[in-house]
Design a protein around this ligand. Structure first.
Ligand SMILES: [Cu+2]
Length: 161
């Protein structure tokens, strides 16, 4: 009779101890998948830079403005100057926009990016952006335009060196 009592007590103890580790592992799993979900949403938050029409072509910035960009020379190793001109819909040059650019190699993400660098406004009202080409291969310039601190445009230009 006493043996049975201890046996039942033993089973009871096992039964009582069993669920917590299981629940914990489930919770960990939930926590992990929660992290995965936030990492995924973080990936969604990385901005997209749609490809722009080529140099010399009009690129719409919403309905209010458009830009035309070009370079001081054919892209090659060294520092390239990107020139961005911004016009109102009516074709009047506009210098009230903040223009920034980052550049990198799509095949070597994170290797050459400097982060967004500001532009310098020339006397002619052109936005000038230095782009450092440090390696032959595939390159991408990512342009960000802000008005009153808000991003109004993102665009990219891909080329080979
Ligand atoms: Cu590289």
């Amino acid at each position: 009779m006493k043996k049975w009592f201890f046996f039942i007590l033993f089973l009871l103890v096992i039964f009582l101890l069993w669920p917590p580790p299981y629940a914990e592992s489930q919770q960990k799993h939930k926590f992990k998948s929660g992290l995965d979900a936030s990492a995924a949403s973080g990936a969604d938050q990385t901005p997209a830079y749609p490809s722009m029409p080529g140099p010399g072509k009009k690129v719409s910035i919403g309905n209010e403005y458009y830009l035309i960009y070009g370079f001081d020379k054919k892209p090659k190793l060294g520092t390239l100057i990107m020139k961005v001109e911004i016009f109102t819909r009516e074709g009047k040059k506009d210098t009230s926009i903040e223009v920034k650019a980052d550049a990198g190699m799509p095949s070597m993400r994170g290797a050459h990016e400097t982060g967004d660098r500001p532009s310098k406004l020339s006397k002619k009202g052109d936005y000038l952006l230095p782009i450092d080409i440090v390696m032959p291969g595939d390159w991408e310039i990512r342009l960000t335009l802000l008005k009153e601190g808000k991003v109004i445009f993102r665009g990219s230009y891909q080329f080979d060196v």
